[in-house]
Design a binder for this molecule. Sequence first.
Ligand code: TRP
Length: 460
Amino acid sequence: MAQTASNEIERGSWGSRIGFILAAAGSAIGLGNIWRFPYVTGENGGAIFVLIYVACVLFIGLPVMIAELTIGRHTQRNAIGAFEALAPGSAWKLVGVLGVVTGIGILSFYSVVAGWTVGYFVKTFAGEFSGSVSAAQSEAIFREFVSNPWVAILLLGLFIGATMYVVGGGVSEGIEKWSKILMPALFCILLLLTAYALTLEGARKGLEFYLRPDPSKIRAATFAKALGQALFSLSLGMGAMITYGSYLPSHQRVPLSAFQVALFDTLVALLAGLVIFPILFSMGLNPAGGPGLVFVVLPTIFGKMPLGWLFGTLFFVLLALAALTSTISLLEVPVAFFVDEKGWSRRRAVLSMGSLAFVLGIPSALSQGGISALSSLPGIRIGFLDLMNAVFGNYCLTIGSLFIALFVGYRWGVEKALAEIERGGGRFAFRAVWAALIRYVCPVAVIVILGYILVTGQYF
Ligand code: TRP
């Protein structure tokens, strides 16, 4: 009895329906939308990539999100415990183990980039971009900033520390409080920036790159990257949504919630592209500029646009906070596991997992010029951060999603999953469509995409 009571206090539950949507949206919306989406789009051919990305969100991301939330709500367990509950003693719990490991892996490099947003907030606030900043100057500022090893590690530590502080405080108060104000504010400022970007001379060329598909730009890796980006952006494939779903009350309709989160998340990403590409082309920058893209592109307008200092400062604060609501969900996955399954105190789980992510993040933090050996790894010619991003942020999520789809489609079974989806609510209008997507479309598409990558060897 005492055990149950303390468990409930430890686990917490969502205060309200809108609280859940906002927290899940808070997990989904983050650097994935505003930092990762534009640069991956820029590197992979623009509009054609966007098209494939949207298809991946609809036909793979959305059904997998419904699957994850349903597993979580049904089992009321963490990423590993959920598989153990539904398939006791089987190897399926390895999917959860992969998720926990992936969560720590993503948290490590994600927090490095999140640290940059904090640094850029300070820079913008201090007026560093208030004059006219050319593309070359902006590039130089970025390079100098990220190559300072001490600053990079300090900001990484600061960001993981902030994440640990919030996750240590429990679920509903910690996460909901933030997300309610943040996401709508970020959305508004993106709208404002879009409006300005579209007035720039040369914006047209950016729009063309972003919105007019050129099929000749497709390579084998395009599909794998679009899929990985969709899963990353929606926080899928590692049990974050299983963990979030476990805090979901049974009267809440899973498919509707999933749809709203996916819609909002995709809108924010598309909007970020609509800000970045017109500015990028009007400044004559290279769309394939890599992970520094957003940090190089945006500061070039803050000195020019009306109230640019204010909007710039606001933008980076909101981006940092959006990143925080995402890192919270990344840390929550391993923490929920150790609290639920290993009987650890929340404090102990937060301290140990947070420290682990910090240590693992150090090579990423030093890979942007701090230590040259980490900037271009032997054999693969990409930096440590890019490697972490590709391994954990792309392939682990893709493999995780594949197994989640297979688990729901064939082990747990779509009938049982549908019973859970419809428990406490009305009939799920797209039950047959969802079942077909989860059983056939998702697994086949993912296997084909991964197989193609293996055959062509275009991993990165
Ligand atoms: N989706 C977040 C973003 O777009 C990142 C993120 C948070 C994530 N939690 C996750 C990605 C879980 C994959 C899995 O910034």
